[in-house]
Design a protein around this ligand. Sequence first.
Ligand code: HEC
Ligand code: HEC
Length: 315
Amino acid sequence: MRRFKKILKWIGLIVLFLVTGITITVMSRQNMTYTRPYPDITASDDSTIIARGKSLVFGAAHCADCHSLSNADSLFEAGQEVPMGGGFVFDLPFGKIYAANISTDIETGIGKYTDKDIARALRYGVKPDGTIVYPFMPFNNMSDDDLKAIISYLKAQKPVRNKVPDHELNVMGNILKAFLIKPVGPEGTPEKSVQPDSSAAYGQYLASVVANCKGCHTERGPTGDFIGVPFSGASAMEEVGGSFIPPNLTTDPGSRIYTWTEQNFITRFRMGRLQKGSPMPWPSYKRMGDMELKAIYRFLKTLPPSKTKALKPQH
Ligand code: HEC
Ligand code: HEC
C-alpha cells in the first residue's frame, strides 16, 4: 500500500511538471514573431489607381464586409461607401477574433503602418511587429498592382476612431496558436499585374485569390487546410441565422450552377443575399461588374466535374 501511495505521488508530480511545462511553453509561444520580406509596394495618389482599389475593397475583395462597423450593414447594402472602422467578430470554438480597424486612424487604426507594412500583412500574414495575422484573408497571391490599388484607396480615406477589442483566445486557441497556426504566405511568386478582363484566367484569379469563392466552396479539414476538390462544395456553415451549405460550383450535374447560363449567374449576383443570415458576402459581390462575374462564370465552367464530399453530413 505504501509503495502504491509513493507511486501515486510520483505520478502526481510528473503530471504537475508536465502540465506546468506545457503551460509555460504554450504561453511563451503566444507572441512569436516571424521574419518575412517587405513587398516593394507604395501607395499612389493617381485617381485611376484609387478607383481600382475602391472597386476591389467594396466588390470582389469584400474588405468592407468584414472591416466595416456592424451598424454599417444596411448602408453598405444600399450601396454606400462605408468606413473601415473594423469590428466584425468571428466567434469561433477557439476564441473571439475581431476584424481590425483598417482606417487611417493613428491610434485605433492602421494609420501608423507604412504602405509596405500593409502589403506585407496581406501577402505574408505578419503585422509590423512580426506577430501573426490570423489567416482569415485569401490575398497572399494578389498581384502587386492590386495590392497597390487597395493600399492607395485605404490611405486616401479619413481616419475612423474605433477601438477594436483585443482577440480573446481560450485554452484551445492558445494551444493552436502555439503549435499549429503559422503565417500563411504566397504560393510561388505573385504576379506583378493581372489584367482584368472577362477571361477564365482572370476568373480563376478572382475566385481563388481575391474573392475567396474557393475558400468557402471547398471542404476544409479541422486546421483549415483544403481537403476537398476545389469548388466542389463544403460542409454546412453554422451561423447565428441558421445553417448554410456552400454548394458545388463545378461542372458536375449535382452542381448548383449546372443549368445556369452566364446571364442567370450575373442576374443571381445582382439580387444579393436571398437567404437571411447567409455568410456569403453577397452585398460586396453584388457590386462586382459584369466583366468580373463573366470571368468567374467562365472559369467555373472550365472545372472538371466533381461530386461534393463533405466531412459533415449535408442536410
Ligand atoms: C473574411 C473577413 C475578412 C475580409 C474579407 C478581409 N479581412 Fe482583413 N482582417 C480580418 C480579420 C479577422 C483580421 C484580424 C486578424 C488578426 O488580427 O490576426 C484582419 C486583419 C487585417 C489587417 C491587419 C491589421 C492589423 O491589426 O495589423 C489588414 C491590414 C487587413 N485586414 C486589411 C484588409 C483588406 C485591405 C481587405 C480587403 C482587400 C481585408 N482585410 C479583407 C478579416 C477580413
Ligand atoms: C463566406 C463563405 C462564402 C464565400 C466567400 C462565397 N460563398 Fe458562395 N455560398 C456560400 C454559402 C454558405 C451559400 C449557400 C447560402 C446562400 O445561397 O447564400 C453559397 C451559395 C452560393 C451560390 C448559390 C446561390 C443560390 O441562389 O443558390 C453560388 C452560385 C455561389 N455561392 C457562388 C459563389 C462565388 C462565385 C463566390 C466568389 C465570388 C462565392 N460563392 C463566395 C458561402 C460562400
